[in-house]
Design a protein around this ligand. Structure first.
Ligand SMILES: *[C@@H]1O[C@H](CO)[C@@H](O)[C@H](O)[C@H]1NC(C)=O
Length: 459
């Protein structure tokens, strides 16, 4: 096993999650058709000029401001959204990106990352500060080729839409990767090269949030309590007693995790992923893990067993920086969750029917946080929606689901969970799917719903 050079404690500097606002350009007139050409031209100008001096703000902001400025010049009063402030950052001097030795790959250690990242943040103050919220980059992905399961690509699209919806509501950025960055690291190993590269590509992000392609947010209002994880660098769902007493390889789940963008994480991932197929030790790790976990029924080394193993055998070294979350469904097993959705739907509706009028008030999607907090107050100790539902063992893309489930229950379960989540989104757009098994049918939500009669969003 490799050993990290240092046990650097990561700084937990707080950074703005999202200072940049998305300024949607809504164009309704013919004037905006002409914008297509202008936009294209601007894109070209932007992409050429970006070689000379890299833009340090997100391109969409640049586009929004340029396009609405063009509209103003050509068409009189702009019909699109107001112009965003121009990017203020500039590359004053070199930073870690200029180091020819820097590698984005697992197995090529990065040194002094905390200092390098701090320096970059100092150079880009608008990306580093504001509001005391930590920036989060959600990272997910799938295979490069079409799915074998004939509804696989459709399901993956819906799982991805769910993540985009969640991040639009909560201000995280999303990166979807669909190529093996390090081809030897296939299957569940594929996430580590992506997470590693994302850390370097997003020094502004305090946390990288890996979410498997077959996991979805089933509570669109909830946010992970990042304050709770202040002293920690890795957050996974699981149960401590199952790790230390039962020694089970399923005592945690490695399909969803938050990892702090810092040196500790770089070092830990080198050790963790060092048990993978790209390592000469891969076979040996297979033996070690299989002989440690009686309930592990396949001989190959896997990342989840490796994480449990590191917690078990090097608790002093790593355990104090890894938070094992079991208070809420940071990641939840779908079979345990699916059956609870109909009653949860009903309980939420009861709260809304009986609670203050604010719980039934229509509101802008951007104002959702306020209303979610009001509902949480009114609901008191009532059961909450499961935060993340993970279709472990279902394999939507390959279709090669675990034989202990029937394919039907996997696919139907996914449709049900996806529509359960999507109803929370659609509601802000005035509609709801009355039948969770019928993805194609919506109906308008009546005023003062659910007090004013008319069911909806059922299960
Ligand atoms: C749902 O609620 C009903 C009525 O309270 C109860 O009888 C039923 O057992 C509940 N179902 C589940 C799965 O909790």
């Amino acid at each position: 096993m490799g050993s990290p050079e240092s046990q650097t404690q990561c700084s937990s500097s707080t950074m703005a999650k999202h200072a940049l606002r998305n300024r949607a350009s809504l164009c309704f007139s013919d004037g905006c058709l002409f914008l297509g050409g202008v936009l294209m031209a601007l894109l070209l100008v932007w992409s050429f000029s970006s070689f000379a001096s890299p833009p340090t703000s997100i391109p969409s902001e640049t586009l929004a401001s340029s396009s609405s400025a063009a509209a103003a010049a050509a068409e009189g009063p702009p019909q699109c959204a107001p112009v965003a402030a121009p990017p203020r950052d500039s590359e004053q001097s070199g930073n870690f990106y200029d180091d020819p030795e820097l590698s984005y790959s697992i197995g090529r250690p990065v040194r002094g990352w905390d200092g390098k990242r701090q320096e970059w943040l100092r150079q880009h103050p608008s990306l580093a500060s504001g509001g005391g919220r930590e920036r989060v980059l959600l990272v997910t992905g799938s295979q490069p080729s079409p799915c074998k399961n004939k509804i696989g690509d459709h399901l993956l699209l819906r799982f991805f839409k769910n993540k985009v919806d969640y991040c639009r509501l909560h201000g995280c950025d999303v990166f979807y990767n669909n190529v093996l960055l390090q081809p030897q690291m296939f299957s569940y190993w594929a996430k580590y090269p992506v997470v590693r590269a994302a850390m370097l590509a997003h020094p502004e992000a305090e946390w990288i949030w890996w979410v498997d392609s077959d996991a979805l947010f089933t509570d669109m209002d909830f946010e992970p309590p990042l304050d709770r994880y202040k002293g920690y660098n890795l957050v996974v769902h699981g149960w401590r007693d199952l790790i230390y007493e039962k020694k089970s390889w399923t005592s945690i789940n490695a399909g969803v995790f938050l990892i702090r963008n810092c040196q500790w994480s770089m070092d830990f991932m080198d050790v963790w992923a060092g048990t993978g197929p790209q390592s000469p030790e891969y076979e040996r790790w297979g033996h070690v893990l299989s002989s440690t976990f009686a309930d592990k029924l396949f001989p190959e080394s896997d990342d989840q067993s490796a994480l449990v193993y590191l917690l078990l055998t090097q608790k002093d070294r790593y355990g104090n920086k890894i938070y094992v979350e079991s208070d809420y469904y940071f990641e939840g097993y779908w079979e345990e969750i699916l059956g609870t959705l109909p009653n949860i739907t009903r309980e939420y509706e009861d709260t809304e029917r009986r609670g203050p009028q604010a719980l039934r008030r229509r509101h802008a999607e951007k104002a959702s946080g306020y209303y979610a907090a009001r509902r949480a107050e009114a609901a008191g100790a009532a059961r909450k929606r499961p935060f993340v539902t993970h279709f472990t063992g279902c394999q939507p893309c390959s279709g090669a689901y675990n034989q202990m489930y029937s394919g039907e229950s996997c696919w139907n379960g996914m449709v049900k969970a996806l529509n359960f989540a999507d109803n929370q989104v659609l509601r802000r757009y005035g509609y709801v799917r009355p039948d969770l098994m019928d993805s194609a049918v919506v109906k308008p939500i009546p005023f003062d719903y659910p007090a004013g009669g008319g069911g909806g969003g059922g299960g």
